[in-house]
Design a protein around this ligand. Structure first.
Ligand code: F6P
Length: 341
């Protein structure tokens, strides 16, 4: 049996650990693996390379993806799905393992209608895929955000100012909320709740009355100010999956706050620093389990499924169901936004 594996969309720490697991567990069970480079681009253009245990040696702790990534969408290319099918056929690939977020996994699911057998591994720092407790990469990004907030705290405490940290999260505030709780942010802003600059201002003023000379605000890139058109966009041009590039909402808040207060307001955009670097122990273990499970499911003949973690168990969930809707922050966790206010 032969599997093809690819990694698409925004990368995150832990992908290489998953590739290592797929190859080593596959080898143990008589499944050989080829890798398609640069996401769906490699599957369309037949950019293929063998992946043997020696090829994945020494990559458990290495961030990024040795297969590289792209945001190619075969359904936006002439005969794209047909080209993918041809690539699979010339390489004698029986099934595909796609590692990525909703866009990458959405392509894998749609290709099912063309007869392609696929399994998805949910990977995005945003943690916004339904039917799994965690996506690969979220834990590592959270560590980076927590570390950034710890660093901002020591410099903030030495001055009288407001520091704003902008983090990723297009439609879901997992990184902002959990990062904000772990790093002790004073104001947490997430896409699930429109924010009001006056109320942020009042929170900061209340802290000043308590003799707190600094405030730290964490904001998700997708958070939307009340009474405006919507999300703050850095680049309006859409990618192959119809997404604009978000960015700048931290600066928007800073500009608005600066008009209301005397103390300086400064912004840090953590950007790709939260997506790069080594995977956390949690992500290394999750990747190893997801990778092995993807082979296991295939050997059991289960396709069009996604590996998911429910509590401590790794289970298959239908890809179509998992992708039907984005996963916002659980309502039961929203109390954490203003726990101490
Ligand atoms: O990986 C998902 C994500 O982190 C989003 O939160 C963010 O909007 C996007 O990637 C940005 O990625 P890129 O700049 O690589 O397109």
């Amino acid at each position: 049996m032969r599997a093809g594996v690819l990694t698409g969309g925004g990368d995150s720490p832990g992908i290489n650990a998953a590739l290592r697991s797929i190859v080593r567990f596959g080898c143990k069970h008589g499944v050989d693996i080829v890798g398609f480079e640069e996401g769906w681009k490699g599957a369309v253009e037949n950019l293929v390379r063998p992946l043997t245990p020696i090829d994945v040696s020494g990559i458990l702790h290495v961030g990024g993806t040795i297969l590289r990534s792209s945001r190619t969408n075969p359904f936006r290319i002439d005969d794209g799905p047909q080209k993918v099918i041809e690539t699979l056929s010339v390489n004698a690939v029986d099934f595909l393992i796609a590692i990525g977020g909703d866009d990458t996994l959405g392509v894998a699911h749609r290709l099912g209608e063309h007869g392609v057998k696929a399994i998805g591994i949910p990977q995005t720092i945003d943690n916004d895929i339904a039917m799994t407790d965690y996506t690969l990469g979220f834990s590592s990004a959270l560590e980076a955000i927590t570390d950034a907030l710890d660093r901002l705290h020591t410099t903030a405490a030495s001055h009288h100012r407001v520091l704003i940290l902008e983090v990723m999260g297009r439609d879901a505030g997992w990184l902002s909320l959990m990062g904000g709780v772990a790093g002790g942010a004073d104001v947490i802003l997430i896409p699930e709740q429109r924010f009001n600059v006056d109320s942020i201002f009042r929170k900061i003023k209340r802290r000043e009355h308590l003799k707190k000379r600094f405030s730290i605000v964490i904001i998700a890139e997708g958070a939307e100010p009340e009474g405006t058109e919507g999300q703050v966009v850095e680049e309006a041009e859409v990618d192959a999956f119809g997404h604009v590039r978000l960015g700048g909402v931290g600066q928007y808040v800073a500009n608005q706050l600066s008009k209301r207060m005397q103390i300086p307001v400064r912004v840090t955009n953590l950007a790709y620093l939260q997506r790069g670097g080594s995977p956390s122990p949690f992500d290394r273990i999750l990747a190893t389990r997801f990778g092995a499970a993807s082979i296991e499911f295939a050997l059991e003949g289960e396709f069009d499924v996604m590996t998911a973690i429910h509590g401590t168990q790794i289970v298959p969930v239908p890809l179509g169901d998992a992708l039907a809707e984005m996963r916002p922050v659980d309502e039961g966790l929203l109390y954490l936004v203003d726990l101490f206010e």
